[in-house]
Design a protein around this ligand. Structure first.
Ligand code: DGL
Length: 255
C-alpha cells in the first residue's frame, strides 16, 4: 500500500486488523507530500513510481491508501499495470444516507475535491442532500512535519469545522487518510451531534473481498512481515507506528 505520506497508516490499521495473515509493505512518499495541491499529472507520476517500487518488492495487490491518488490516478494505474488496485471512495454515500439535516460536510484535499471521480460520486450519491466541501489545506503538511498536536493545527481545524457547522451539517466525511489521525480533536470541535465517517473499514472489507475473489488470500502458515518505508525523515512516522506496535520500524529509503 502507498500514500503520499504517513496518513495511510489509518487504512493500514484496518486492513491489518481484518487480514492479520497477510504480509504488508507500506510506502510513505513523504518527500513529495502533500499531493493535495499538486497537478493530476504529477499525482499520476508519483503513483506510478510508488507502484513500481511495490511491484519490485513482489506485491500481489496494491491499496492506494490516499484519497488524492485514488481520485486522480487509479484509472491510469489500472490501465498500466495488471495487479488489482483498491482505491478509496469518498464516503459520501453512507453520509448522505445517514443525514437527518440533509446537509453533509466533506473535508478533503483540493485535488480530491476537484477530481472527476469525486464529483461523479458526489452527484450520484448525494441527491437531495447538500454537500458542503471544505479544503483541508495545510493539515497534511502540519502532520508530516510533526505538528499534529500544535496551536497551528488547532486553529486550522477549528476554522474548517466551524465553517461547516454553520451550514448545519450532521455528517462529516474525512476525505483524506491523514485526517483520522486527528479524529478526537475533530470530534471535540464538531460536537456530539455530528457523526464522523472515514473509509478505513470499508477499504479493509473491499481488500479482503478482492483477495478472495482473485484467489490471492494467504492461507498458509508462512511468516508474515509488516514493513514500513518512508523517503523522508522517519521520526514522525516512527512515533505514530509506536502507537500500534512497539516492534514496528519505520525504515528510511532514498527514493
Ligand atoms: N493522505 C492523502 C489523502 O488521502 C493526503 C494527500 C496529500 O498529500 O495532500 O488524500
Amino acid at each position: 500500500m502507498f500514500d503520499s505520506g504517513i496518513g495511510g497508516i489509518t487504512i493500514y490499521e484496518e486492513i491489518h486488523k481484518l487480514l492479520p495473515n497477510e504480509s504488508i509493505i507500506y510506502l510513505a512518499d513523504s518527500k513529495n507530500a502533500p499531493y493535495g495541491q499538486k497537478s493530476k499529472e504529477e499525482i499520476i507520476e508519483f503513483s506510478f513510481k510508488n507502484t513500481d517500487y511495490l511491484l519490485n518488492k513482489g506485491c500481489k495487490l496494491i491499496v492506494v491508501a490516499c484519497n488524492t491518488a485514488s481520485t486522480n490516478a487509479v484509472k491510469e494505474l489500472r490501465e498500466k499495470y495488471d495487479v488489482p488496485f483498491i482505491r478509496i471512495q469518498p464516503a459520501i454515500k453512507p453520509a448522505a444516507l445517514k443525514s437527518k439535516t440533509k446537509v453533509v460536510g466533506i473535508l478533503a484535499t483540493e485535488s480530491t475535491l476537484s477530481s472527476n471521480l469525486y464529483n461523479e460520486t458526489s452527484q450520484k450519491f448525494a441527491q437531495g442532500v447538500l454537500v458542503i466541501e471544505q479544503k483541508g489545506n495545510g493539515i497534511v503538511s502540519l502532520i508530516e512535519s510533526g505538528k499534529m498536536f500544535s496551536m497551528e493545527m488547532d486553529e486550522l481545524i477549528e476554522k474548517y469545522i466551524l465553517q461547516m457547522l454553520q451550514k448545519n451539517i450532521d455528517q462529516l466525511v474525512l476525505g483524506c487518510t491523514h485526517y483520522p489521525l486527528l479524529r478526537s480533536k475533530i470530534k471535540y470541535i464538531a460536537g456530539e451531534k455530528v457523526n464522523i465517517i472515514d473509509s478505513g473499514e470499508a477499504i479493509a472489507r473491499q481488500t479482503k473481498n478482492i483477495l478472495e475473489k482473485e484467489n490471492l488470500i494467504n492461507d498458509s502458515d508462512s511468516i508474515k512481515t509488516q514493513q514500513f518505508y518512508i523517503n523522508k525523515n522517519s521520526e514522525v512516522f516512527q512515533q505514530i507506528l509506536n502507537r500500534f506496535d512497539k516492534y514496528f520500524k519505520a525504515e528510511r529509503l532514498n527514493f
